[in-house]
Write a protein that binds this ligand. Structure first.
Ligand code: 13P
Length: 251
């Protein structure tokens, strides 16, 4: 059985005070949640103070990105081992905003996936098609390319540790959520890709989150689908009530 995994991607939001307040509020509100895994991914600068607040809680800490090189002359970047050093368990990699706004390729994502695994982090690897790609009937092709590129040369043992997040770009921050059927279709396709490459035993344990306008009122229906194992939440992860509403809806 795959445990549901709800992660909040705070993106480039909040300030130190509001990040700390949100972490404190979540720590308290989620204290009795044992049925699902929870994580928050603050902006890098706030990872450590938020981690200090969350210490000893059931909420895991994640970063939104990391670099693939080991320590050295890489101005502005963060080594994966620096993320574990300040308590991160997870790192989001290949988010569509990094792919499409910052020009990250699946080859870049792949280097980061390997670096993250080597540092002992659990990568949450995002894939997803844009609206015009869905309209042109290439949804599966796009997701397969991103999957193949991002997980190139990842071993079966390492694949088991990875989380995939299917985030259709057209559903991110738009309020336009994929229907549970649309999402399930891609999740099942992705799980099948894992099965073809690694075998069913690996496919059975890899968790695939859905992301894109997840809210308390649509989470339950989405996560009731057999291949949807959690959610990667943007906007609704920025308020205690909204994020807890999702968690409580699926427990
Ligand atoms: P929203 O929940 O704001 O649509 O963002 C989804 C997302 O991009 C999470 O990584």
């Amino acid at each position: 059985m795959r445990r549901l995994f709800i992660a909040g991607n705070w993106k480039m939001n909040l300030k130190l005070d509001s990040a700390i307040a949100l972490a404190k509020g979540l720590k308290e509100a989620a204290a009795d949640v044992s049925e699902v895994d929870i994580a928050v991914c603050p902006p890098s600068l706030y990872v450590q103070p938020v981690g200090t607040v969350l210490a000893g809680s059931n909420i895991g800490l994640g970063a939104q990105n990391g670099y693939f090189e080991k320590a050295g002359a890489f101005t502005g970047e963060l080594e994966m081992a620096m993320l574990t050093d300040v308590g991160c368990k997870y790192v989001i990699l290949g988010h569509s905003e990094r792919r499409h706004i910052l020009g990250e390729s699946s080859e870049d994502v792949n280097l980061k996936v390997h670096a993250a695994l080597q540092a002992g982090l659990i990568p949450i690897v995002c894939v997803g098609e844009k609206l015009n790609e869905r309209d042109n009937g290439v949804t599966n092709l796009v997701n397969q390319r991103q999957f193949d590129g991002s997980f190139s040369a990842v071993s079966a043992e390492d694949m088991k540790k990875c989380v995939i997040a299917y985030e259709p770009v057209w559903a991110i921050g738009t309020g336009k959520v994929a229907t549970p059927e649309q999402a399930e279709e891609v999740h099942a396709f992705l799980r099948d890709l894992v099965a073809k490459r690694y075998g069913q035993d690996v496919a059975d344990v890899v968790r695939i989150q859905y992301g894109g306008s997840v809210k308390a009122d649509n989470a339950k229906e989405l996560l009731s689908k057999p291949d949807i194992d959690g959610a990667l939440v943007g906007g609704a992860s920025l308020k205690v009530d909204a994020f807890m509403g999702i968690i409580n809806a699926v427990r």
